[in-house]
Design a protein around this ligand. Sequence first.
Ligand code: XMP
Length: 511
Amino acid sequence: MHYDKIIVLDLGSQTNQLISRRIRDLGVYSELYPHTIKAADIKALTHIKGIILSGGPGSIYDKNALNIDPEIFKLSVPILGICYGMQLLAHHLGGTIEKTPKREYGGAFIEKVHDSPLLKGLDKQEQVWMSHGDHVTSLKEAYTITAKSPACEIAAFENLNNTLFGVQFHPEVQHTLKGETLLKNFVFDICKAKANWTMDNYLDNQIKTIQTATNGKNVILGLSGGVDSSVTAVLIDRAIKERLTCIFVDHGLLRENEAKSVMETFAKHLDLNVRKIDAKTTFLKALKGVKDPEKKRKIIGKTFIDVFEKAAKTIDNVAYLAQGTLYTDTIESGTATAATIKSHHNVGGLPKKMKLDLIEPLNKLFKDEVRKLGKALDMPKDMIQRQPFPGPGLAIRIIGTVDETKLALVRQSDHILHEVFEAYNLQKSVWQYFTVLTPIKTVGVMGDKRTYEHVLVIRAVTSLDGMTAEWAKIPHDVLDTLSRRIVNEISGINRVVYDITSKPPSTIEWE
Ligand code: XMP
């Protein structure tokens, strides 16, 4: 089964991932490629129905302006240029681009000045999102101007013979009210793509791919119980059954009942080949006395690799390591020029050390597609809807040094938080919620006695993807129930506070 594809050439825009996202939401496969890709390589991808040139921060006249292989224009595939992509298109076609006297940023109105298959279903005046400093000021005769805006005489253009289209605004962002209509026009009417990107198709393809790729050899996988590693495990199990061994490292930094429930779900109900490694003491020993958050993260990452490697050595004929890497992980690390805020714990260091080849069957999927794949695999709902849980576990939810007593305090409070959120039916509307134990102790009074105990933080956020987040506006009576239950039921905590910072400027986890 093939998928029709619309590819997006990445010219550096912050919203280029979003273009692919929106097209996949229409049921058509879309993927980002570097702008340096050659026309011949695009041809080799097969079933390419259309090409989109993304926006980007640069200017056509910059010394190092990003460009594309001119042979791409000869592929006879419809092309849509967005913002910088439109300017690049115009530039290649002999048009002129000039600096806009005043940068146009934010909501704007365009006016349709000519009928266009791309703008079908858009009104004469439409609200769009603009973000540019340059604009196209002239085009060769063969091109028709289809829309203008107060700041640009050419806000959209086309050449129907060659199926080339340019728009200065961003159809992929929600502030462009009819953006979806425009993308639908491009994808279905102009490119004639079929909506055949479904998780059932993807599942069938992946099963065959995994069977062929592994070629009778064995695969190991680090199972954490999180959505990504769980879906990867069930998918690979479906493809190669007992040739997959999942290694579940219990580092002792898990939530209440978590280790037990992971084993019950995977080994018992789903009948996966899972080995549990009890490494609590090793991790606690390695973390003893360590205060610094980055040091804690690094120690956990390294200890995990050591424990995993030792366990893997006991399995015969292993040639592959499976990982639940997502599409966002690959595109983000590909362009990572950003400073390291936190060193995320994953098993990324493993393949190099263990000389294993990688299998990453989710590396073209966005998070919500992984959940859909989990559904196509008939996985239990609560497993695919789970909120994220960081690799270093509760260790980064204890500020400062980690020990058994403190772990018990976060675990018990986290458990109460879950019970209360479920009782008030907040578990769906709040994206992630947990408790953080601080080393701060304050004075309290309980039953006429003075107490001197820890301050506990409740953190609850709404978010789409964890990249940015808003603190959740939870009702006061829920906060009240939480604070009463936590202080009454857990000895060692006498004060509860609620974190009211969003990300940025804070991060979701405290360490
Ligand atoms: P931050 O704290 O960076 O977290 O705003 C963003 C999201 O990522 C989760 N998180 C992690 N996930 N390994 C993971 O797999 C990690 O080391 C890690 N640190 C944070 C966090 O829970 C939130 O959902």
